[in-house]
Design a binder for this molecule. Sequence first.
Ligand SMILES: [Zn+2]
Length: 166
Amino acid sequence: MLRIGHGFDVHRLVEGRELVLGGVCIPCAHGLLGHSDADVLVHALIDAILGALALGDIGQWFPDSDEQYRGVSSIALLAKVMASEDLAGWCVANLDATILAERPKLAPHIPTVRATLASALGVEPSCVSVKATTTEGLGFTGRGEGIAAHAVVLLQARNSAPVPAS
Ligand SMILES: [Zn+2]
């Protein structure tokens, strides 16, 4: 039994905030604005996981009107989703994500991001693909006004492993 999900998220880049992507703090003069740590990649990933099981979206699970989520680490929210009753019968088969950002250069950080996400999802880094691209100066990402992220996740039912023939 397989289920596929897609997530998309955008946050505005501002001065005076830390830039957190995929649970990793990345040196940058700007950071993403949001109620939580505004980790746009993890938000897209959470929405992909919830989407795969038709469980709503991140805003329904962790409302930004709720003070307990102010400044919260999005990786901690991902851990909550993975540990929830709803996910009990499922594991992540693989993940493919794309970050759209004009700056900073993300390539040097990709291995750490993959390892961090793999650890949070309980899978090997080989199951976690994270790519970064610019949009060639076009649109809000191209102008450096924000960062966007897409994520696609495949979930596999834990009981769907082939049963050995007797
Ligand atoms: Zn978000």
